[in-house]
Design a protein around this ligand. Structure first.
Ligand SMILES: NC(=O)C1=CN([C@@H]2O[C@H](COP(=O)(O)OP(=O)(O)OC[C@H]3O[C@@H](n4cnc5c(N)ncnc54)[C@H](OP(=O)(O)O)[C@@H]3O)[C@@H](O)[C@H]2O)C=CC1
Ligand SMILES: N[C@@H](CC=O)C(=O)O
Ligand code: NA
Length: 364
């Protein structure tokens, strides 16, 4: 009798997105018994679970039992050794925002370990790392999917890849690319009513799980710059890094060097009047202010920052953490292909990770 084929899953990171992913993986394993999905490794920055025999870790209790584990995470090169020393195919899910983990992707891929991740760092780091990832994948046949690195679970990366792969010519990509920034401006400067206090809305965005682990990475525009770097590269531009084009930061200069994200949030209320001024300036023109980005493929211009919009504009009318991303292409002409919906949050981000995992499983 044939025993069920087993695919090993390793998970790094069990925070907001990681927890939702594990719960979606548990549902997936129940719905689709074939191939058998075995969680053989899970870790946070301090704790880990794994065994020399690649025993399957129970999906329902993996995260809740982690704090009491006596095991610590393997170093990344040791993890690559561990995961590649078995005949089962392996998928590594990186649910961290770690640069170190991102830089190890070429190593994992060269060992035949496929990667699925919402982490933007690898794809928006140096162009050399980008090339290293895709050449390691091409050489070993291991797969790499990162849908949730732009627009969370929204089908942004897959749509852009489809446009490019089918021979369309993408001329411009523009819109709102940050769930945090969308939430902040939709609640601080709504199209009707007076809106909330800037610093209080920033705290709320963090509590709702929309921000990066350190919310300064959202407010300094870098998170959006990373997403535009990824999209620009997929559209064929050799963007060197997210700091190689103009990016507007909303961090008050006085807070640029504070030691931690928590200290930043504590001091931010002292600077609320500055954002009020920006809002009032737009209101004088009958407009609202929003944080947007654009890529002009022909002129190779990428930019990120604040712009004013009429209250009736689709960007002004967004709700919650919604992103809106417009693709202008030769085939679509002057009516762009538009993708809109929640662009941050644990469940919707984990959905993009789980659906990428399904794509990988269908090819292993
Ligand atoms: N939240 C969202 O809406 C979206 C998030 N993303 C991306 O998803 C990723 C995860 O975000 P989120 O879940 O919100 O972040 P969290 O801060 O909630 O979770 C991060 C997790 O990663 C762990 N971790 C961090 N560094 C390491 C490391 N070097 N080795 C092992 N584990 C590590 C943390 O462990 P510990 O707790 O011990 O530090 C924690 O468990 C990020 O890359 C983010 O950009 C993408 C789209 C939307
Ligand atoms: N912090 C990011 C999370 C998703 O990428 C955002 O707010 O969009
Ligand atoms: Na996406």
């Amino acid at each position: 009798m044939n025993s069920a084929r087993q695919i090993n899953i390793a998970v790094i990171g069990a925070g907001g997105v990681g927890k939702c992913f594990l719960s979606q993986l548990e549902q997936l394993a129940k719905r689709r018994p074939e191939p058998k999905l075995a969680l053989v490794y899970i870790c946070t920055s301090k704790k880990a679970f794994y065994s020399a025999e690649y025993a399957s870790i129970p999906l329902d209790t993996a995260i809740s039992s982690l704090p009491s584990s006596s095991q610590t995470p393997l170093p990344l090169s040791g993890l690559a050794d561990y995961l590649s020393a078995t005949s089962s195919k392996t998928v590594l899910i990186d649910n961290t925002s770690s640069q170190d983990v991102a830089e190890a992707y070429p190593l994992f891929l060269s060992r035949g370990i496929s990667i699925v991740t919402p982490n933007k760092k690898a794809f928006s780091g140096s162009y050399k790392l980008w090339q290293g990832i895709f050449s390691a994948s091409a050489q070993s046949g291991a797969l790499v999917y990162h849908e949730s690195s732009v627009g969370a679970g929204l089908p942004v990366i897959s749509t852009l890849k489809d446009l490019v792969d089918t021979g369309d010519e993408v001329t411009k990509i523009e819109g709102v690319f940050s769930g945090t920034m969308s939430f902040l401006f939709n609640s601080f400067a709504p199209t009707s009513g007076s809106g909330g206090q800037w610093s209080a809305e920033v705290k709320k965005a963090k509590e709702l799980g929309y921000t990066e682990p350190d919310p300064r990475d959202d407010l300094n525009g870098l998170d959006v710059a990373r997403k535009l770097t990824i999209l620009a590269r997929l559209a064929g531009l050799e963007v060197e890094s997210p700091s190689s084009f103009p990016v507007q930061s909303l961090i008050p200069q006085e807070l640029e060097s504070v030691a931690s994200g928590d200290e930043f949030l504590e001091k931010l209320p002292e600077f609320d009047s500055r954002m009020e001024e920006t809002k009032a300036e737009a209101e004088k023109e009958g407009k609202v202010v929003r944080f947007v980005g654009s890529i002009d493929v022909a002129t190779k211009q990428v930019k990120v920052g604040l712009e004013k919009f009429d209250r009736s504009h689709p960007i002004a009318a967004l709700k919650g953490s919604d992103n809106i991303i417009s693709f202008y292409t030769k085939r679509y002409g002057s009516n762009p292909l538009i993708i809109q919906g929640a662009g941050a949050g644990g469940e919707v981000t984990a959905m993009g990770v789980t659906s990428d995992l399904l794509k990988v499983l269908s090819q292993l």
